[in-house]
Write a protein that binds this ligand. Structure first.
Ligand code: 5GP
Length: 208
């Protein structure tokens, strides 16, 4: 019997480096994870590719998909919609693959309500000063957008305690190491191992 994969939700304030950490995670050799590409109404940044970085959509298209219950979660973040298409994630989990979502905090809370067995990892900045300089240094947003994102980040930091793990992004490769350690540990929890043993016993109809 194929075991269902685990859903890992990587979340945290904008500018904390979630995207970089996630990209480096998927570049690691031997990593066997599926990444769920989100849909957004935000305009593509230079170099972003449709279907790879995001599925870029018009608001009307996004709203239609929302009305059809096509997202696991969706959120409006700094004036744009972002959402996780449901079909891909379900298919991957069903096929036994672990799936990683990289989403902001409101969305992570929706996933928490909908999928209680998902694992929630909060990526924290080394400090708020560092977060501000990363947002400024990125140079992709205007000063008012940076300020809006920073204000959102402060609120988001307060919600860290709702997560299962915190990874401080001091250094990208160290953060990736921590995420891989979490993924490994989650496969070894008594709850999951015992459930797997139960399934095996049932499927082999072992008699005591
Ligand atoms: P950006 O515009 O910088 O690519 O993303 C803005 C924020 O939206 C980031 O915190 C990013 O993690 C988050 N985000 C990306 N995709 C999704 C999604 O599908 N759902 C939610 N809720 N947030 C997302």
């Amino acid at each position: 019997m194929k075991r269902r994969g685990i859903l890992f939700v990587v979340s945290g304030p904008s500018g904390v480096g979630k995207g970089t950490v996630r990209a480096s995670l998927f570049e690691r050799e031997g990593v066997n994870l599926s990444y769920s590409v989100s849909m957004t109404t935000r305009a593509p940044r230079e170099g972003e590719v449709d279907g790879v970085d995001y599925f870029f959509a018009e608001r009307a298209q996004f709203e239609t998909m929302m009305a059809q219950d096509g997202f696991i979660e969706s959120a409006e973040f700094c004036g744009n919609y972002y959402g996780t298409p449901k079909a891909y994630v379900e298919k991957q989990l069903e096929a036994g693959h672990d799936v990683v979502l990289e989403i902001e905090v409101q969305g992570a809370f929706q996933v928490k309500k909908a999928m209680a067995d998902a694992v929630f990892i909060f990526i924290a900045p080394p400090s708020l000063n560092e977060l501000q300089s990363r947002l400024n240094g990125r140079g992709t947003e205007s000063p008012d957008v940076v300020l809006k994102r920073l204000q959102t980040a402060v609120k988001e930091m307060m919600l860290m305690s709702e997560y299962d793990y915190v990874v401080t992004n001091n250094e990208v490769q160290a953060a990736v190491d921590h995420i891989l350690a979490i993924i490994e540990a989650e496969h070894l929890t008594v709850e999951r191992v015992a459930a797997n043993i139960r399934e095996d016993l049932l499927s082999e109809a072992v008699d005591f």
